[in-house]
Design a protein around this ligand. Structure first.
Ligand code: SF4
Length: 401
């Protein structure tokens, strides 16, 4: 089996990003949603005492620390998580633990930002490796989105547009969304968010600017809301006017930002056809960040929480091919194997999220030991104005029916 990371993944529809240069976390990248400095004197990955060191530091911190583990994290990290979940669940879990002074977020940068926005001012959010960003979140910068809004204004449609931004976006993009009357969504509530957005104006003329994941936007609009592919246009921030004419913008109902997840974007129709041929009777279950043709060919589609629940409810002897990040799929395969459920990764090529994988045990040990010694490291802090508008957008999501 071939092993690749997303940083090695050839992507056809985006401009090159500086990601490859940042893999060692040694450069500064002001255009990225993440920081990249890693000032830590990290323990060696070969240190045989890492597990014991993490346990001891966590015990010393006691209730002062709360460790959050995203579903896509490595097993070596997840074992120290007080709670696991998707990014939004984790941010809410952190807010529900006000006695925890330190929130150690084992996930990526935008998730730590969301946790900082939703927790109290006394709580400090720590990301063990500042180079753990998200390539999808990086595909929509504040400058690009402001320019897009100018293009929409020029075309005379901005007043009809309601922005809806996926949770997987930087705090700046969430703030833009809040400022322009929009809401945030997750992969679980994207349909409810779009229903809400279209109710904000005259339904026949209202448009949604969906950021930054074109696939989640398109899949929700077409699969869940009965729109046609022709109702959607793709705004490419690397082309003048997004590569769209004013007529195209006026005719569209969904203006999709040209962003995608490097992990979920790998799955193809061939992956689905191939697994069906290899495993007769297999159920194909994919995340809505996958391409539209993959979602259309799948048997079931849903968020990570949906995937976990579907496998919990699956009968013994059932077979599943899962289209989401490999750390989670492997963990689920191991968990459900004793119940006689066969679970495989949808693609033949193994692909982890390279930035999620940056949080490893040495980084976690370094962060926990630093906190235990009274050194606050790698704090993620969103400025007050950004936080206020981002929170507005998040609160609109929380109020969705
Ligand atoms: S799996 Fe995709 S969306 Fe999630 S952090 Fe990695 S690149 Fe970003």
């Amino acid at each position: 089996m071939r092993v690749v990371t997303t940083a090695q993944t050839p992507e056809l529809d985006v401009q090159p990003t500086p990601l490859a240069l940042l893999l060692l976390g040694r450069e500064a990248d002001p255009k990225s949603e993440r920081g990249v400095e890693c000032p830590g004197d990290l323990p060696s990955p070969s240190d045989p005492d890492l597990v014991e060191r993490a346990r001891a530091a966590k015990e010393k911190l006691g209730d002062k620390v709360f460790v959050l583990g995203h579903h896509y994290q490595r097993d070596e990290v997840i074992q120290f998580a007080d709670v696991t979940g998707d990014s939004f669940k984790l941010a809410r879990d952190a807010a529900a633990r006000p006695e925890a002074e330190y929130i150690v977020f084992c996930g990526v940068h935008f998730m730590a930002e969301s946790a900082d926005i939703l927790t109290s001012a006394d709580q400090k959010v720590v990301l063990p490796d500042l180079a753990a960003g998200c390539s999808m979140a990086d595909m929509a910068t504040a400058e690009q989105v402001a320019e897009c809004w100018d293009v929409l204004t020029e075309a005379g449609v901005a007043e009809q547009v309601v922005p809806v931004s996926y949770m997987n976006s930087s705090a700046d993009i969430k703030a833009f969304t809040g400022k322009h009357g929009g809401t945030i969504c997750t992969s679980s509530n994207a349909k409810r968010a779009l229903d809400w957005a279209f109710e904000q104006g005259e339904p026949s003329t209202t448009k949604v600017l969906f950021l930054p994941d074109q696939h989640l936007g398109r899949n929700t609009a077409v699969r869940d809301m009965g729109m046609s592919l022709d109702d959607c246009v793709v705004y490419n921030p690397h082309k003048p006017n997004g590569g769209l004419t004013a007529e195209q913008l006026r005719a569209a109902r969904m203006i999709l930002w040209r962003g995608h997840c490097s992990v979920h974007g790998r799955f193809s129709l061939d992956s689905v056809n191939d697994v069906r041929a290899r495993i007769p009777g297999v159920n194909v279950l994919v995340h809505p960040e996958c391409k539209h043709e993959v979602v259309a060919a799948a048997d079931y589609v849903g968020s990570t929480e949906y995937i976990i629940k579907a496998l919990e409810a699956a009968p013994a002897g059932s077979k599943w091919a899962i289209g989401t990040e490999l750390n989670l799929v492997r963990r689920l395969a191991n968990r459900f194997a004793p119940e006689g459920k066969e679970i495989v990764f949808l693609d033949k090529t193994v692909c982890f999220c390279s930035t999620m994988n940056r949080i490893d045990l040495p980084h976690l040990v370094w962060a926990l030991e630093s906190l235990a010694e009274g050194n606050l490291v790698n704090r993620i802090e969103v400025d007050q104005e950004t936080e206020a508008f981002a929170k507005l957008a998040l609160e609109r999501m929380l109020a969705l029916p």
